[in-house]
Design a protein around this ligand. Structure first.
Ligand SMILES: *[C@@H]1O[C@H](CO)[C@@H](O)[C@H](O)[C@H]1NC(C)=O
Ligand SMILES: *[C@@H]1O[C@H](CO)[C@@H](O)[C@H](O)[C@H]1NC(C)=O
Ligand SMILES: *[C@@H]1O[C@H](CO)[C@@H](O)[C@H](O)[C@H]1NC(C)=O
Length: 276
């Protein structure tokens, strides 16, 4: 019926059609705006909710305070101009306590190391298993100049600019984790690549440099290999690693197959550290 009415060339009816069209257009604009607004808000809320929920798994953490300290690092800033120091208040609020003999570092062994620490939770901790790293593991976030919001889309990628929101966070958190190292420290490196100790990695460029010889007794490298090992403990890059360690920190290296690590982590009878 309506369509029939609109086809009639009569003036008054035509005007009514125009008004209806304008109203429909306005309604569409309002609906689109609301949907966009809700989804932007949902992004922010989801990041905060995820952060708080993951944080609460660590007993005794003041998660709202940690979130507040975290947020101030990047909110209202150009996401390519967030220096690592911006996260200092977050590190202070998270208040990660040193865990002697239990810290596990890694480089290019992400899957095997996390599978291992998840199964042997009482033995070793990677930074992603602590309140420092778990709250944002796998997530992306950033702010914008002139906005008080947190965004989770259209943020610069890891390599897009040096001081981006996410990269500065991981650099700062890795430094704090290395500062907390004491006693015997373990690192899982990848024996299936040519350079297991890569100078550009976070492990080489940040963590190793921060091991404090008054607290760290030894660094134990577990060189994880498949059957087709490309390299071994004699590799020159590992000599560079030894040179990076401050005098007084003992260095050990052991080649261990991935199959052996998996077998060991599935066996609750095997004591911590006895997997290699
Ligand atoms: C990144 O921030 C550091 C300070 O943390 C600064 O020295 C450096 O120049 C910055 N890099 C760029 C590309 O802006
Ligand atoms: C380690 O690797 C080098 C060459 O990559 C090889 O010459 C050497 O025999 C290997 N050492 C051991 C103990 O497997
Ligand atoms: C061992 O280390 C050096 C440099 O650190 C690297 O260039 C070399 O390719 C590595 N791997 C092997 C399998 O020799």
């Amino acid at each position: 019926m309506e369509r029939e009415t609109c086809r009639l060339p009569e003036k008054r009816r035509r005007r009514r059609c125009i008004i209806l069209g304008v109203v429909a257009g306005l309604l569409l604009i309002i609906v689109v705006a609301v949907v966009l607004g809700v989804s932007l808000r949902a992004n922010t809320d989801t990041l905060k909710e995820t952060f708080i929920a993951r944080c609460k798994e660590f007993k005794g953490s003041d998660c709202e305070k940690i979130w507040g300290a975290f947020e101030q690092a990047y909110v209202g800033r150009d996401p390519c101009k967030v220096p690592t120091e911006a996260y200092d208040p977050f590190i202070a609020a998270a208040d990660f306590k040193p865990a002697c003999n239990r810290l596990m570092f890694w480089s290019k062994t992400k899957d095997v190391v996390h599978d291992f620490t998840e199964k042997k939770r009482d033995c070793f901790l990677t930074v992603e298993d602590t309140v420092l790293g778990s709250v944002l593991n796998g997530l992306t976030w950033c702010g914008k100049e002139g906005s008080t919001k947190t965004f989770t889309t259209d943020c610069p990628g890891w390599r897009d600019c040096e001081n981006n929101t996410v990269r500065s966070f991981w650099n700062r958190v890795s430094a704090a984790f290395a500062d907390a190292a004491c006693g015997d420290v373990t690192a899982m490196l990848n024996g299936d690549i040519a350079t297991p100790f890569n100078p550009n990695s976070i492990f080489a460029s940040i963590e190793v440099k921060r091991f404090d010889s008054s607290r760290v007794k030894s660094l134990n490298v577990v060189l994880v290999t498949e059957k087709s090992a490309v390299t071994n403990c004699t590799n020159a890059s590992l000599k560079d690693l030894q040179k990076e360690l401050k005098p007084g920190i003992q260095y050990y290296c052991k080649e261990v197959t991935e199959a052996h690590i998996q077998e060991c982590s599935s066996n609750p009878e095997i004591a911590c550290g006895a997997c290699w």
